[in-house]
Ligand binder design. Sequence first.
Ligand code: SF4
Length: 312
Amino acid sequence: MDSSIDEAVTPDATDAAGTGTGPAAGGGPERAAGERGALAPVSLSPSRAGDFMQCPLLYRFRVIDRLPEKPSEAATRGTLVHAVLERLFDAPAGERTAPRAKALIPGQWDRLRESRPELTELFADDPEGERLAGWLAEAERLVERWFTLEDPTRLEPAERELFVETELDSGLRLRGIIDRVDVAPTGEVRIVDYKTGKAPRPEYAEGALFQMKFYALVVWRLKGVVPRRLQLVYLGSGDVLTYDPVPADLERVERRLHALWEAIRQATESGDWRPRPTKLCGWCDHRAHCPEFGGTPPPYPLPVRAPGSRAG
Ligand code: SF4
């Protein structure tokens, strides 16, 4: 769900496992404690890379300040649909049918609310349950559409919701969660990501593939194998976007990530996080803190290096 500035940062909602549009989860490995107990970023995920490319100040709000964000219906539905598609593979191949998948929705929704009680506020103003019913019906439609795009009775994923992390030679740590990894009998690897939004227009396809190339780079560095195929499955529009990467593609992504990380490092040290307003600001939870909208960011919680001084 990253995109070149892509749909990782749009209201697509496929942040199934905390790799997407929300703040870094849990105070965990995306940051490290610094002086005064403040937290500086220590690793990069596709979503956070997308945040920085969209708007450096948004990155700061999410990763360093960790400002809370309201759960959104679209993002939560994405999480729910991802959980259903993942759990369906627990069933024997012949039983992975659309009715069975749809039947998983209520139980997965219960589990989601138990693990994230704040989600109950999504429908707190819906006493009759009408909006909730419509929301669940849309989740059903998305799940059903998947069966027109892939046939799970013929798939045996090697991995589902796979957490991956690697450290590049430069010391930059990359991490993320891959929705599905398929491995052919010949050993060829396919990385699959589900999107509950719509496929981007062709001119934005490269952006949509950024996240996939990020994952391919991590897999390449971890296993020494360049994935044969990257596959984005758009449940919102019923499209499948594929790309067969070559090492040069992934080397380009690696260089781009190093440049991005250097920019993040400099902003972290200087405290200079520029807002970059775009039409995506309409989806930003932090307008009240954003100077572009008359707001003031909270005091910067990290030590600031004076201009011109160099790291020791
Ligand atoms: S409102 Fe726009 S410019 Fe401001 S922080 Fe959010 S994304 Fe950046």
